[in-house]
Structure formats: structure tokens, C-alpha cells
Design a binder for this molecule. Structure first.
Ligand SMILES: [Zn+2]
Length: 243
């Protein structure tokens, strides 16, 4: 029998999810977010870009506000009202001190116990190469979870009133090829379909399939496969780093 995944910790109140693009959280993670917000937990989203380079037929300056709107609608479906955007340029985010500082500032504002991000590794497993934006944001988020607690790494943040927050206990990486934990998303799966569907413009360009069928097939299929390692229940998986 395949090795089973551990259930995600539940002794936390607030989470901040940090990703590069609109739709990064909707390709799976949103089902877990729905379960968490049902449970009375607060979840905020921080996006490094507005995903303005994501649609070939739409120029970035028209694409950005549209994708921002779709992201906010998509977050609302799973009970998330706090959605913040940093102004990085889609496709060319660089890992570095500036990115770490911006994410650190957001963590200090939100003061979460759990930070969520997307796969920071080179591949999705096998031969599927990851994108530079995901790698940069994922790595910077893992680093910023620690930076947030250190007064002296970015002293300018404390001067702006953002006091250190040393309360991040875990960083959960979604979309990892080597997951360790999972959430039973039976109750959140249908909302995650609607949440992904809220990225209507993007999805319609991406596939010739009926958008709803595409979203449901993708999310339910993945949840079922993940569930094989979680007692047969539909699941969303995470690789959990503890602090
Ligand atoms: Zn992305």
C-alpha cells in the first residue's frame, strides 16, 4: 500500500497564502481554503503579480485589471476577502532581498501561524519544468517566514510600524511532488471548481473544452489521485515545513 499522508495541523487561526499569479491557488489549494474558512479560520492571499502576461491575445495593461478582478471573485468563493497584490512584473520575478522584504512585510501585517505557497522546486516532478516566478516566490516565502521574526534583517519594516512576527509555525507548499500532509476536501471541492471557474477569461483561452467541465475534471481528478494516499477521501496535498 502507498504510504499515507499526515493530516494538516489544525491548531492555528490565521493563514497567509503567497503565490506568484492569479489562478495559482485555484489549481487545487482553494478546496482546502474553503474547508479552512468554513471552520472559522482566516485566510488572506498575497499575489506577487497580476498575471498580466498570462493571456497571449490580451495586452498586459488590459489583462492586469481583469485578472485582478477575477482573482478577487475567485477568492470570495472560498471565503477569502483579503487579497493583496505586490507589483512585480509577471514572468520575470527574481528571487532576492526585495522580494523577501515585501513578503516579510505582508507576513508581519497578517501575523499568520500558517503560511501557504506554491511549489518552489525546479520541477512538478518528473520532466515537467516549473516556472521561474513560482520558484522565486516559493523560495522567498519559505525564507520570509523566518525573516518576519527577526528584527534586524529588515529594520526598515519595524521603523514603519511592522513589528517582528515570530509566530509562523509552518510553511505548507502546495503542488509539491513530494507531499507530506493533506486536507480532506470533500466539503470544499465544489467551491474550488467555482473558484477556478472565476478565472473565466484565462480558462477560455486555455482550453477548447467547456470551462466548467475542464475545471471539474482537473480538480476532482487530482483530488481523487491525492486521496489514494489519504484514506480514499478527496484530498489536497502539501509539503509541510515546520519552524
Ligand atoms: Zn502561476
Amino acid at each position: 500500500m502507498t504510504e499515507q499522508l499526515e493530516p494538516m495541523p489544525v491548531d492555528w487561526r490565521r493563514a497567509l497564502a503567497v503565490v506568484a499569479h492569479p489562478d495559482d491557488l485555484e489549481y487545487g489549494c482553494a478546496a482546502a481554503v474553503a474547508v479552512w474558512t468554513d471552520d472559522g479560520r482566516e485566510v488572506g492571499y498575497l499575489l506577487a503579480t497580476r498575471g498580466e502576461a498570462g493571456i497571449d491575445t490580451l495586452e498586459p495593461e488590459k489583462c492586469a485589471p481583469l485578472r485582478e478582478r477575477e482573482q478577487r471573485a475567485s477568492a470570495a468563493v472560498v471565503g477569502v476577502s483579503q487579497v493583496e497584490f505586490l507589483d512585480y512584473r509577471d514572468g520575470v520575478i527574481e528571487y532576492g532581498v526585495e522580494l523577501r522584504r515585501d513578503i516579510t512585510a505582508a507576513i508581519r501585517r497578517c501575523r499568520p501561524e500558517l503560511v501557504v505557497t506554491l511549489n518552489h522546486r525546479d520541477t512538478w516532478g518528473g520532466v515537467a519544468w516549473n516556472t521561474p516566478d513560482h520558484r522565486a516566490v516559493g523560495r522567498a516565502t519559505l525564507d520570509a517566514a523566518a525573516d518576519a521574526g527577526n528584527r534586524w534583517i529588515f529594520p526598515e519594516l519595524a521603523e514603519r510600524g511592522l513589528e517582528p512576527w515570530n509566530g509562523v509555525r509552518w510553511v505548507a507548499v502546495a503542488g509539491s511532488a513530494t507531499p507530506t500532509h493533506a486536507v480532506d476536501v470533500t466539503a470544499g471541492l465544489e467551491r474550488s471548481v467555482r473558484s477556478l471557474l472565476a478565472h473565466r477569461t484565462y480558462i477560455e483561452v486555455l482550453t477548447d473544452q467547456d470551462p466548467e467541465e475542464y475545471c471539474r475534471a482537473f480538480l476532482a481528478g487530482n483530488a481523487e489521485v491525492s486521496g489514494e494516499r489519504f484514506g480514499g477521501r478527496p484530498a489536497v496535498t502539501f509539503e509541510l515545513f515546520a519552524r
